[in-house]
Write a protein that binds this ligand. Structure first.
Ligand SMILES: [Zn+2]
Ligand SMILES: [Zn+2]
Length: 291
């Protein structure tokens, strides 16, 4: 069994990720307008008729903006936790999920797990079809064991690389906002994501889509070259803020699957500031994202 996947948009201006097989698909988040979602899918040759559900990671507006219109127009069920729905302000009859129970959509299985982020009940997802597995890991305050475990199972992953530590430090954001971003319930820095990649990837990880890049505190070329230096055969792609990526395809049945052994770690110098995150940041749900 194989999976197709693409980022329709990624960043604080809107997130929407398509993952599916030849019969059915899901959208993880729908943070761009219905019209733009349709337009980008059409450009990629993706059929909205195959989309069977929208799965919601958390209530920040860059993840839910398009949901009311998109779900209504295309009669799509929305899978959302009770707390996320309550904080979202959306009026819809969502189907609830919890980290304890995978969601089954045809032959797609969506496994939610909790993450650190300043939202009511935020989740990441591992989407499987047979042996093929794609992870969606964005809006993460800090890496945790759950992230490491699920990342190590992936053939492909959307992995947040929100900010370059130095650019954030020296940038124009007010201190409270800088602290919110790097405070353990905000976002993952380039070097934190690289550490996850280097420590927890396995030999079957063929694609990493660098996601949710900050417009002000990151540089697509910089983070792409950072990861490419350590890619070791994994295709590194930046999921952009203004356009869709191509559709990628994984089919683990095409090649024998190696054992789930970590590949040898490479030495990488990480700035000390990226390794220490305060966990004192208050866990405040919010409707706005500025980064
Ligand atoms: Zn976001
Ligand atoms: Zn968020």
């Amino acid at each position: 069994m194989s999976l197709y996947f693409t980022s329709l948009n990624s960043g604080s201006n809107g997130n929407c990720y398509y993952i599916g097989n030849s019969q059915e698909a899901v959208l993880v988040d729908a943070g761009i307008s219905c019209r733009e979602t349709e337009r980008r899918m059409e450009r990629l040759g993706l059929d909205m008729g195959k989309v069977k559900a929208i799965i919601v990671s958390h209530e920040h507006v860059d993840h839910i903006r398009g949901i009311p219109v998109l779900s209504k127009k295309h009669d799509l069920p929305v899978y959302i936790t009770e707390a996320t729905l309550r904080h979202s302000g959306m009026q819809l009859a969502g189907r609830t999920f919890s980290a304890a129970e995978p969601i089954q959509i045809g032959s797609l299985q969506i496994k939610p797990f909790v993450k650190y982020h300043d939202a009511a009940d935020p989740h990441s997802f591992l989407i499987s079809c047979g042996q093929a597995r794609v992870g969606v890991f964005t809006d993460i305050g800090r890496p945790c064991g759950e992230l490491a475990h699920h990342f190590s199972m992936c053939h492909a992953a959307f992995l947040e690389t929100n900010y370059d530590t130095e650019m954030l430090d020296k940038g124009r954001y007010p201190v409270f906002l800088k602290n919110r971003i790097r405070g353990g319930h905000g976002h993952l820095s380039n070097h934190e994501a690289l550490e996850v990649f280097l420590k927890h990837r396995t030999r079957h990880l063929s694609h990493v889509l660098l996601s949710h890049l900050s417009q002000d505190n990151n540089d697509p070329d910089l983070v792409h070259s950072l990861f490419t230096r350590h890619a070791n055969g994994t295709e590194i792609v930046v999921a952009g803020r203004y356009a869709e990526t191509p559709v990628f395809h994984i089919d683990p049945s095409e090649a024998p699957i190696p054992k789930l052994l970590p590949i040898p770690q490479q030495q990488v110098q990480l700035p000390s500031s990226s390794l220490t995150k305060s966990s004192q940041q208050k866990n405040r749900p919010t409707q706005t994202t500025l980064f």
